[in-house]
Design a protein around this ligand. Sequence first.
Ligand code: NAG
Ligand code: NAG
Ligand code: NAG
Ligand code: NAG
Length: 482
Amino acid sequence: MKIVWALAVLSCCAIPSVVGTRFVCYFPNWTYSRGGDGKFGVDNIDPFLCTDLVYSFAVLDGATYQIKIADEWGDIGNNGYANFIALKTRNSQLKTTIAIGGWNDSHDGTNKYSSMVASPANRKIFVDSVVAFFELNKFDGLDLDWEYPSGESDKAGFAELLKELRLALGTKLISVAVAANSTIIDLGIRYDIPVLAETADYINIMAYDMHGPWEPLTDHHAPLYKREWDTDATNNIDAVVKYWKDSGMPSSKLMLGIPLYGKSWTLDYTYTENPTLPAPGLGNGAAGPLTSLPGTLGYNEICNYVKNENWAVVVDPEFKIGPYASTPSVPKTWVGYDDPVMANVKSRYVLDRGLGGAMVWDMSTDDFRNTCGDGPNPIMTNISRTVGVTTSTTTTTPAVTTKTTTASTSTTTGETTTTTPTTPRASTTKLSTWPRVTTERTATQATSSKTPFIPNDGHRIAGNSQQLTFLAFGFILINFVI
Ligand SMILES: *[C@@H]1O[C@H](CO)[C@@H](O)[C@H](O)[C@H]1NC(C)=O
Ligand SMILES: *[C@@H]1O[C@H](CO)[C@@H](O)[C@H](O)[C@H]1NC(C)=O
Ligand SMILES: *[C@@H]1O[C@H](CO)[C@@H](O)[C@H](O)[C@H]1NC(C)=O
Ligand SMILES: *[C@@H]1O[C@H](CO)[C@@H](O)[C@H](O)[C@H]1NC(C)=O
């Protein structure tokens, strides 16, 4: 009934300038060389899950300051770019962009990005090369992944570059992948936020890797909220988002990054019982069979460990963080990651805070082959549907219906994992009462009950959002009106 009213309100007072929620998905160009079930190429992309697909990466030529194809054989010879852009023929709403940079290219020891932005002549060479690049390769835009500008010269040069790109690229999209860790305090030095706000279509907040096996104690790498024991109040997603908003970045341009992978430790821990958090670590967890990267596991690897190898999962009943899992045997590998439930919590956060959308890094490690039986791409599918991406090319209006439908299903979130009947909750459901799954979703109940997750001091998610406890229905409306 309320939903009907919402639709009536929306159709009577339709505001034409409403921009749909984006879902930005990164495609890494190197994952087609993985073996077996890990192999991920353009053919594995579902063109209906995301609104914006980002091909990663092109690189910066440090000698000429031009944008450069990273892998002539794969990107051009093997039609990497062409096949990627051709996904638009299946979904005409889709945008395909090219990212330049990434961690490796930003850290090749030459400081080439700093040199490029520091000189007007070098910037012009770069901008001209991007224009020429787009004449040959029909991407819809450029994603700048310089990790990271640092200091006054970089900040000023990057701002000039953005203005010049904006002028030169016309209607092409410009996006920027930005940092989100305890150094957010530096963002004012690293980024000229008013210029970013004016020139970029959106920014992708890399809201992960906020903790990792380089630290002595385990912790989840993408915490949504500060926990009681956190000493750094800025190293969590909510603080980062608040920072960007308070600094003048329009909420509608903020894309919240959600990881499709976990960060893992080998535990310095000889007990067989499951660790509490934080636990002492000994550096990188063992590499997974598909991604082969110590310290990192794809969700497609983790879900198989949980399903087939009896890794014990602990879920934060307050959903300040996603789950963590560890091996039954010693030495234990410990991994903190986001599953579909946590991705759902973060997607709701996107809606609740009126952000422009969600982003994922990266498409190759969702369970795209459905090896765990929760359907193909279970995390991306949930994000996509929750933030309201239309899954059909035939309609544009369903943004409304999709979102409204999502709102009604959202009230049952989490209840499916308990024996509670899945009756929809009243529309007064608050964010704080969303998923309340308690610990344990594996067979190892006994061990986990001895190791409570965190002391419950009565704080709830809403503790961080007391102003935002409006009706589920209400925020959907507001989402449209803003
Ligand atoms: C993918 O891009 C990277 C740069 O990020 C490049 O080094 C690599 O050669 C490319 N292709 C493959 C198959 O790795
Ligand atoms: C980045 O560099 C590391 C270390 O040299 C290498 O192992 C990895 O394959 C590189 N990644 C890409 C995407 O080129
Ligand atoms: C955050 O990023 C900075 C800059 O790249 C890095 O030096 C630092 O180690 C990171 N901090 C954490 C907690 O990841
Ligand atoms: C997303 O996940 C939540 C939590 O598991 C679930 O309740 C909801 O039905 C899912 N939504 C979609 C659209 O799959």
